[in-house]
Design a protein around this ligand. Structure first.
Ligand SMILES: O[C@H]1[C@H](O)[C@@H](O)[C@H](O)[C@@H](O)[C@H]1O
Length: 483
């Protein structure tokens, strides 16, 4: 890394631009992917986003000037932002409801694994002579970019999107592949048929209640149709879900995770640790704790539910921040004498990270992807993801200002955000575990009110869903009790 510093002589302005270009690119990427993914397929959009990401990584890898690095980070950011919106969307749409939380928590697992690998690659290459010390870690990004871009082509398309586009046969084939059924089985398997009919019922309901004007039929791609589709997120029917997605990401970021990651070394140094050990204990340690903490989330999130994890997580995070704020306020002028207080603070940083890692980390990505109905899902997830990047950017910008003003006050800000997060998860967030995406309307008491419930029942009856469910229930009872 000495080469990087000596070669570019970056001003504070360059450093700021370099950091902000990725976040700005990601913000734009998340919002534009929301526009493209309904028109094309989820998978094609993921492959396109990977291509953009790889172009950005190649620009960074071969950078000959700071401008090229900034451009490379901005371009890479476009891909990262798009992928951070497309991946949870696609995963939510292909997962069966009983294990959707666990499967989606794998996204957080992948994010944190990437961060850990990135950190250690940078750590081990930092003393290599010449530009290889920084070109290697930047170039390695190309590997996951290629893997995802090509690997995604082998995945089945989202059956929900196909149903909404009226391509029911293809949707059945995709569903059969996802649920590991053969073509012959898919024609007779009642569970598969029920799942498909539920998707058709939701698509038909959307079409009948909204005229499907904003999705595919009414002059798709026109600015007016786009604006109307975004505007629907703020109509009374969807406003609560939009707020859940956007506010979930706001709390995820204002819990302070990235402040600890970005400014951890400064904090650790202020606690008396020096040089490499400060970096290792902060970014390195926090990454590993986040990685370990997501494992129980993967195992238990569907059994325990999202709300309890959010509430316990907020409590543990708020208490950790509060204790750090107190200790920093009381002892930070003389840590060497109060070494025990310093180490308790370090312990609190890790306790916070573990609590975050099982709660706000994964649930931040899960909740926004499951609350929206199909007609508004891609826009809703895009807006929530944009909220993640926007708040991430604000944290990066404001934390140093807060820290300079009052280090203990900074932790109080995060403690307050976590306490508000507790109230919000208790009084505002419904439980979404084990509920199919099609049943989410009922969870939000949406809407849609009695007339739509009646309409939905009529559509389900017309499609033969009720008969099929009853026949399947009869057959499975007979199979269990043959006489
Ligand atoms: O879920 C992720 C993860 O926890 C990362 O460590 C953090 O940097 C991101 O901002 C967040 O969205």
């Amino acid at each position: 890394m000495k080469d990087f510093i000596a070669r570019w002589h970056l001003s504070a302005w360059d450093t700021g631009l370099m950091t902000a270009s990725l976040e700005l690119g990601s913000l734009i990427g998340a919002l534009t992917a929301g526009v493209l993914t309904d028109k094309y397929s989820r998978r094609q959009s993921i492959t396109a986003a990977c291509t953009v990401f790889c172009v950005g990584s190649a620009l960074q890898f071969g950078a000959q000037s700071p401008i090229q690095l900034i451009l490379g980070r901005g371009t890479g950011g476009l891909g990262v932002g798009a992928l951070s919106m497309l991946s949870p969307l696609y995963m939510a749409e292909i997962s069966p409801p009983e294990v959707r939380g666990s499967l989606m928590a794998l996204e957080q697992f992948a994010i944190v694994l990437g961060a850990v690998l990135g950190f250690w690659t940078g750590f081990f290459t930092r003393d290599i002579e010449g530009s290889a010390s920084w070109r290697i870690p930047l170039g390695i990004q190309l590997i996951p970019g290629f893997l995802l871009g090509f690997g995604c082509l082998a995945l089945p398309p989202s059956p929900r999107l196909l149903v909404a586009q009226g391509r029911v046969d293809e949707a059945l084939r995709a569903l059969a592949k996802l649920r590991l059924r053969t073509a012959a089985e898919s024609a007779t398997d009642p569970l598969l048929q029920i799942e498909l009919l539920e998707m058709q019922a939701e698509a038909a309901l959307i079409e009948q209640t909204t005229g499907n004007d904003d999705m595919h039929t009414a002059k798709p791609g026109t600015l007016q149709a786009e604006l109307r589709a975004w505007g629907r997120l703020f109509e009374p029917q969807l406003l609560r879900r939009t707020l859940i997605g956007v506010v979930m990401m706001l709390f995820q970021q204002w819990s302070g995770i990235n402040a600890l990651l970005y400014y951890g070394p400064t904090l650790m140094r202020s606690l008396g640790l020096q040089g490499d050990s400060a970096t290792l204990m902060s970014a390195g340690g926090i990454g590993i704790v986040q990685f370990l903490a997501v494992l129980p989330a993967i195992a238990f999130i569907d059994r325990l539910g999202r709300r309890p994890l959010l509430r316990w997580g907020s409590t543990a995070m708020a208490l950790s921040h509060l204790l750090i704020a107190l200790l920093v306020w009381r002892y930070s002028t003389d840590w060497p004498t109060h070494w025990l207080a310093a180490w308790i603070s370090v312990g609190c940083v890790y306790t916070f990270t573990a609590a975050y890692g099982v709660s706000y980390g994964p649930i931040g990505w899960i909740l926004p992807s499951e609350v929206f109905p199909l007609s508004a899902r891609s826009k809703g997830v895009a807006l929530s993801t944009a909220s993640n990047w926007m708040n991430n950017f604000l944290i990066g910008l404001l934390t140093p200002v807060f820290m300079e003003h009052s280090p203990s006050g900074t932790f109080l800000v995060f403690a307050t955000a976590c306490s508000l997060g507790y109230l919000w998860s208790t009084y505002f967030v419904p439980e979404t575990a084990n509920i199919s995406l099609e049943e989410m309307d009922a969870v939000f008491g949406s809407s849609v009110g009695r007339e739509d419930v009646a309409l939905k029942q009529q559509i389900e009856a017309d499609l033969g869903l009720h008969d099929l469910v009853q026949r399947w229930a009869r057959e499975s009872t007979t199979a269990r009790h043959p006489d």
